[in-house]
Design a protein around this ligand. Structure first.
Ligand code: CAA
Length: 257
């Protein structure tokens, strides 16, 4: 597939998807988002790939939705376009996704990072929801996912003032897994993706689903779901191999079966 706004590189068992509209700080227009969703879904189907890294460039992960594309639109047109519905398809990607963020992750850019399962940031990363400065509010999950991550007060501050957070602040409030020097952020994200990829892909898929369930359900239902996933994995060859390898004091070789 030929993409114009993203780059896709596969280094099995990992894949790197790079947002690639550098002249506009990777502003997320509808063409880019359509390509991104298609690429992520294709990689999700690719059995050779176990973990995905989503990144931008040193200056910008993404500076938000493309303002030029929506500035003149009316409410009805925005509803009819319903571009944000595409984002739900990213939510359904079953493999672990790591955001490797450097520079701006603002508005939709921050929301895209929040859709990932881990966020690794360069020291120059800046996170924020500045939509309030242009007369709107976050539209792709910012108010909901930030509130679930940071709690009410920090989220209110970010959403109501539009101010940005440094990478260090983001790490201190639990938005970022790790902050690394700018020259290392992609390498470190790839290393982390490789480390995750050594695990059973079946267990990874269910682990991701179970953790995400915690944000959607009661504790009782979440525990029930977790337990069923745990039992289900005993139907896999990977569980037999993983436990046998432990007992034999060797490294497990998982096959995703
Ligand atoms: N949409 C469209 N174009 C954008 C953009 C965006 N979100 N962000 C940056 N650009 C463009 C600029 O227009 C500029 O283009 P030209 O060179 O053609 O003028 C180019 O990228 C470089 O940007 P700046 O000159 O502004 O760079 P800077 O270093 O001075 O400032 C910045 C960087 C602070 C990130 C600033 O660009 C900025 O504030 N961008 C907008 C951030 C924003 O408001 N994001 C939220 C968008 S709405 C949203 O995302 C809704 C949602 O929830 C889905």
């Amino acid at each position: 597939m030929n993409y114009h706004n993203i780059l896709v590189s596969t280094e099995p068992p990992i894949a790197i998807v790079t947002l690639n509209r550098p002249k506009v700080l990777n502003a997320l227009n509808s063409e880019l988002m359509a390509e991104l969703v298609e690429a992520l879904e294709a990689l999700d189907q690719d059995q050779a790939i176990h973990c995905l890294v989503l990144t931008g460039n040193e200056k910008a992960f993404a500076a938000g939705a493309d303002i030029g594309e929506m500035a003149e639109a009316g409410a009805v047109e925005m509803m009819q376009r319903n571009n944000i519905a595409r984002w739900d398809r990213i939510m359904r990607v079953s493999k672990p996704m790591i955001a490797a963020v450097s520079g701006y992750a603002l508005g939709g850019g921050c929301e895209l990072a929040l859709l990932c399962d881990l966020i690794l940031a360069s020291e120059t990363a800046r996170f924020g929801q500045p939509e309030i400065n242009i007369g709107v509010i976050p539209g792709a999950g910012g108010t909901q996912r930030l509130a679930r991550t940071l709690g009410k007060y920090k989220t209110m501050e970010l959403v109501l003032t539009g101010r940005t957070m440094t990478a260090q602040e983001a790490e201190s409030v639990g938005l970022v897994n790790r902050v690394v020097p700018v020259e290392l952020y992609l390498e470190e994200a790839k290393k982390l993706a490789l480390e995750i990829s050594q695990r059973s892909p079946l267990a990874l898929k269910l682990a991701k689903e179970a953790v995400l369930k915690a944000f959607e359900t009661s504790l009782h239902d979440g525990l029930d779901f977790e337990r069923k996933c745990f039992y289900l994995l005993f139907g896999s060859e990977d569980q037999k191999e993983g436990m046998k390898a432990f007992l034999e004091k060797r490294k497990a070789v998982f096959k995703g079966k």
